[in-house]
Design a protein around this ligand. Sequence first.
Ligand code: SF4
Ligand code: SF4
Length: 188
Amino acid sequence: MKKFSCVQGCSDCCIYREYYPAVEYGKIGVLLLPEEKTAIEELARKMNLPVKIIPRLAIGNEFPEKVIAYQMMGKNGDGDLCPFLDVESNGRSPHGGFNCSIYPERPLACRAYPVIDAGKKKTLDGHCQFCKKFSTTEVSSEGLQGEIEALTKIKTGVTAGKSHVWRYATATGKAGDVMLPEGWVAES
Ligand code: SF4
Ligand code: SF4
């Protein structure tokens, strides 16, 4: 079993955003719980940094009544590049990637990555550069306790209960992508 550690020089998970659940929904941003949204907006205000935070998930029967998760969008036109990733200075993280300028206060989703399912059988995101090098089944969850705890907190925060779930289409992606207009879509 391989113990997880970031690939030397990699910052991919802070740069590249995925289309989810399909291209038509657009690229997603970094998931923020409602209480994190306020904290991130405050940090951005203090740093004089523009950030775009839009809804991600809501619950409600006839219409989205309550937002249960938001998302912080990448700053590039195609939805990539977290606004808090410091790509300007020469500073580098311990593994040689770009620095996160809010690292001690980064969102739970960033703390959880690359763990995407903290069930009995831990699942790691196959998009992560380390997980691309080694089959995710070969990666030990040793050293990922902080990530697993963060994911468990997120899952508790976004439990939908009996209401319907609504997902927000971001209309963000590469030029030429066929996407839904920005707004809520009821999950079937
Ligand atoms: S993609 Fe994986 S290896 Fe690269 S910085 Fe993110 S967690 Fe580390
Ligand atoms: S907040 Fe920090 S850790 Fe999270 S995606 Fe942005 S730069 Fe990366």
